[in-house]
Design a protein around this ligand. Sequence first.
Ligand SMILES: [Zn+2]
Ligand SMILES: [Zn+2]
Length: 605
Amino acid sequence: METKKKTRRPKRQQRKKPRSDASSRRIAKRPATHTATYRTVKKSTKDIDTKNPPLRFIPLGGLEEIGQNMSVFEYKDDIFIIDMGLWFGEDATPGIDYVIPNVESLIPKKKHIKGIIITHGHYDHIGAIPHLTTILGGDIPIYAPALAREIIKKRQEEYKNAPKLQIHTVKDGDTIRISDAIHLKVHEIIHTIPDSIALTIHTPVGTMAYCTDLKIDWKKDGTPTGLDVYERIHKEKIHTLFLESTAAEKQGASLPEEIAQENIELLMKAAQGRVIIGLFASLLNRVAEIIKIAEKLGRKVALSGYSLKTNFNIAQSLGYIQVQKGTIVPLEDIGKYNDNQILILSTGAQGEANASLMKIAHGEHRNVEIKPSDTIIFSSSIIPGNEQAIQNLKDDLTRQGARVIQSQHIDVHSSGHGPAEDLKKVIGIIKPQYFVPIHGMYFMRAANVELAKEMGIPKQNSFLIDNGNILDIYADHIDVSDETVSAQYVMVDGLGVGDVEEVVLRDRRALAEEGMIVVIATIDRRTGRFLKNPDIISRGFIYLKENKGLIEDMRKRVKTAIQKIPRIQSVETDYIKTLLREQLGQFIFNKTKRRPMILPVIIEV
Ligand SMILES: [Zn+2]
Ligand SMILES: [Zn+2]
């Protein structure tokens, strides 16, 4: 297995160059990772065989996190991109909405970008489109399946400054022409949202298969379904398979959707009162199935949560969700029916602070109040990092007398990402020569390499690279280039890409619920030292006069945070601001369990 040791520069240096676009901040926060270098065949650009140029694969996101998926392919002068997603990042980053891929390296070449192909409508694949099309231009053709197209359009409208998009709809069997040398074929696959596709990429060096988010739908008796698409891909003689790795570590096969649905049906049947199911708004296949069950059992369905309603409307208008007349009722009307005739579908199964289920649990929901006879089903996996929030949410619901059921205890959820047995099936059918795991952190992708090995792909034919690395793919071999492009995180922090109503609303909520703190630090530009004691002003958080001790501790915290920055170069304001926001945010949270908005103001003298 060829692994490339990414030479990450030390943290401070990475933050040196301020972004021209003040809207986003760039921060690389993780330390260098890999140590295992089996064999490095690094080739620099000058070694590129210009007579037989390679297909270059340049991942800008998705290989060091679950999110911000974006793969760039380049052949001679032509560039095409697969997916443009966002990543919600780490929970503990106050003031940050999400992270998007860094497209710095594409800006000088933007006129060569021939197309952006979108595999499906999940935010980790489409979420960065408004931001990145603002940078790269709205005239690049986008190719997307119908459902993704509608979700993209809807989201683009929410960003007033984002350009109008040229979206072409693609479906199973279509061909996308990128240039004389390159065309792609569209293959529909199974995931948790309708209209999910894999791609085969036909190039002069060979045909690649790009198979991101997928699962196999197993029947209860253990027979897999929907494998013919991979047979079809195999027939195109695959040189390199790019395959998702999200659940590669997990043993076994996907839980049959049939079982998940049967269990939901049993629970719904047994419930004496209302049933409330918490799930992701993007889990549209599940939503469609659950509505069918509700119709069968004579329950009316009410939808709670903005994103769920939006997605439902889009999917219904495209015919992906079919509902009998009268099944869907407005939330305001649920009181008109008996409790055992009501099913509420709600967002917020991850314990998200402002989602509908949280409001219900806290008695803040306009139409729904928990009753002791309610059954609440969490039909989702727990995203790592959300455990505590989900436990608190379940606690709140249970204290009010409701019965809470989580998917770990009863199988009421089948993930959209196939585990080991699913992935092995796909690899075994496609039988590629080379293997590049994508969509996952390093350890997940390494687990995927092991699966490929079990399926007969020698380890030296598998490649584990990172965001910003480059693979030069030739007909008879693949090189890991020693060239890299910038893949440092670009944070969208709300104030940024601006004009977004949802962001303004979020800030208002944060201010209303938690208050704010302004830290004013006057710093010597050259030495980075304080010229006076930092000022701390608070509104709506605590009454300062009565909390002198806490304020003094906060001052100390600010001082030590700034003093710890090594003085190897001049200080960068954006960096200090982030540092203060993070450190002070964490400190205040530890002391008070609250997250006031923190606004650092740095005055350089
Ligand atoms: Zn997905
Ligand atoms: Zn994904």
